[in-house]
Design a protein around this ligand. Structure first.
Ligand code: SF4
Length: 76
């Protein structure tokens, strides 16, 4: 099946082994992600659009270990 890029949607990707759980990303984008009770980051909104893209970009920028990235979202 051919993947079709949704132009106005980005996907938040987490490199989990890299994540150190400091939660700076949660502070930058609390509507999109949070640390659970074990200190594991949970991405609540994986595919973002509109104003959420800027919030996700802020989270990507503040991560001290570059564990987050934004990629083009794909439909199936
Ligand atoms: S800022 Fe980076 S290292 Fe910290 S919880 Fe978020 S993704 Fe993990």
């Amino acid at each position: 099946m051919t993947a079709i890029l949704k132009e106005d949607t980005m996907r938040i990707e987490l490199d989990r082994p890299r994540c150190e759980g400091h939660g700076l990303c949660e502070e930058a984008a609390p509507d999109l992600m949070h640390l659970d009770d074990e200190g594991e980051l949970v991405i609540d909104v994986v595919d973002v659009d509109g104003a959420d893209i800027a919030r996700a970009q802020a989270a990507v920028r503040v991560c001290p270990v570059a564990a987050l990235r934004l990629a083009g979202a794909e439909t199936e």
